[in-house]
Design a protein around this ligand. Structure first.
Ligand SMILES: *Cc1c(COP(=O)(O)O)cnc(C)c1O
Length: 381
């Protein structure tokens, strides 16, 4: 089935008892048992709730995997994967990760005796050199946040397979519509469903998908043991978001493509980071592994300073100054002081996140209105 059909139908059929087209929302913590230990597949909602099951099935179908898991946040999903490791294990990670992921690795898991190597993931030789005999996991994000670097998923998967390493791809920026890491050889796909999947900036949620039965067992154990599970209403909202994911992604991609070109030609702009631009260093890999270049971009002003970025951000009207991304509305942010403030300044700079870098989550508004808004703010800089 094609992606757009899956978006509308994945996860459920009309409800058999009443014929309701949309699945009911099961507000219940517990389930009646016929006899002690005899239930209908659900005994307690931390372990499972039918509203969550529908969403988990839908997410798995969209990523082309067999097992889906949903969490009360994207970070809950990251944590669930990290809990499959033991003291002494080693992780090779991309050096340009979401700030919260980097913080969890360095500040929570490093002190539990798990080692991390952060690398650029730009060549097979670089990845091979980072692998140790104790490496169990490789964690990548593509495109990355906020400089939109692109990592070759197939290349990482080949190397990981050779060494028996589990490859996890944070697919948040691409969404399941634009990129499917399992099909490229990854073992686990992670999403902050807060972003494109939810799509309306009204919920916090995370997701994981795998086709590996043993990994799935371990992820399910961690999910129910740690308990970072979402409530039924949030599951309903996320499922509702999925129904229009294909329509929204099409609009995000079209608008972002036009805005990237507009910014690139603008007298006040020095540099635009968008994988859809032919000059972008990851353009060819993105074209190979994605069905569209996404709705995120970042750029630097000619006069690149925190102060000038601040002037820009205080002068947009449609682009709202806020963290997060992937909602229908356009957002602008300043990674150095917002999403990436927890990363040490020297690490930030080394990863290309200058104090003047501005990130845009391009929404689905009329693109002419968006460009007018950007132009008015740029002319103040
Ligand atoms: C937002 C985000 C996360 C964390 O997800 P939450 O839902 O905020 O917990 C992880 N990775 C990426 C790429 C993100 O954008």
């Amino acid at each position: 089935m094609k992606k757009s059909t899956l978006c509308v139908h994945a996860g459920h059929e009309p409800e058999p008892v009443t014929g309701a087209v949309m699945p009911p929302v099961f507000f219940t913590s517990t389930y009646v048992q016929k006899a002690p230990g005899e239930h209908q597949g659900y005994d307690y909602s931390r372990a499972g709730n039918p509203s969550r099951t529908v969403l988990e099935k839908a997410l798995a179908e969209l990523e082309g995997g067999n097992h889906g898991f949903c969490f009360s946040s994207g970070m809950g999903a990251v944590d669930c994967v990290l809990k499959t490791l033991s003291t002494g294990d080693h992780v090779v990670a991309m050096n340009d990760l979401y700030g919260g992921t980097y913080r969890l690795f360095r500040q929570s898991y490093e002190k539990l005796g798990i080692g991390f190597s952060f690398i650029g993931c730009s060549s097979a030789a670089e990845i091979e050199a980072a692998i140790q005999p104790t490496t169990r996991l490789m964690w990548i994000e593509t495109p990355t946040n906020p400089t939109l670097k692109v990592v070759d998923i197939e290349l990482c998967a080949q190397i990981c397979k050779k060494h028996g390493i589990v490859l996890v791809v944070d697919n948040t920026f691409a969404s399941p519509l634009l990129q499917n890491p399992l099909a490229l050889g990854a073992d686990v796909v992670m999403h902050s469903m807060t972003k494109y999947i939810g799509g309306h900036s009204d919920l916090i949620m995370g997701g994981l998908v795998t086709s590996d039965n043993r990994l799935a067992e371990s992820l399910f154990f961690n999910q129910k043991s740690t308990g970072a599970t979402p409530g039924p209403m949030d599951c309903y909202l996320a499922l509702r978001g999925i129904k229009t994911l294909h329509l929204r992604m099409k609009a995000h991609v079209e608008n972002a493509g036009q805005i990237a070109q507009f910014l690139q030609g603008h007298q006040k702009v020095a540099q635009v980071y968008y994988p859809g631009l032919p000059e972008h260093p990851g353009h060819l890999i993105a074209a190979k592994q994605m069905n569209g270049f996404g709705g995120m971009l970042s750029f630097e002003l000619k006069n690149n300073s925190a102060e000038n970025a601040r002037i820009f951000l205080l002068n947009t009207r449609l682009f709202v100054l806020a963290e997060s991304l992937g909602g229908v509305e356009s957002l602008a942010s300043h990674p150095a002081s917002m999403t990436h403030a927890s990363i040490p300044a020297e690490v930030r700079l080394a990863n290309g996140i200058s104090d003047g870098l501005i990130r845009l989550s391009v929404g689905v508004e009329d693109v002419e209105d968006l460009m007018e808004d950007l132009n008015a703010a740029l002319m103040q800089c």
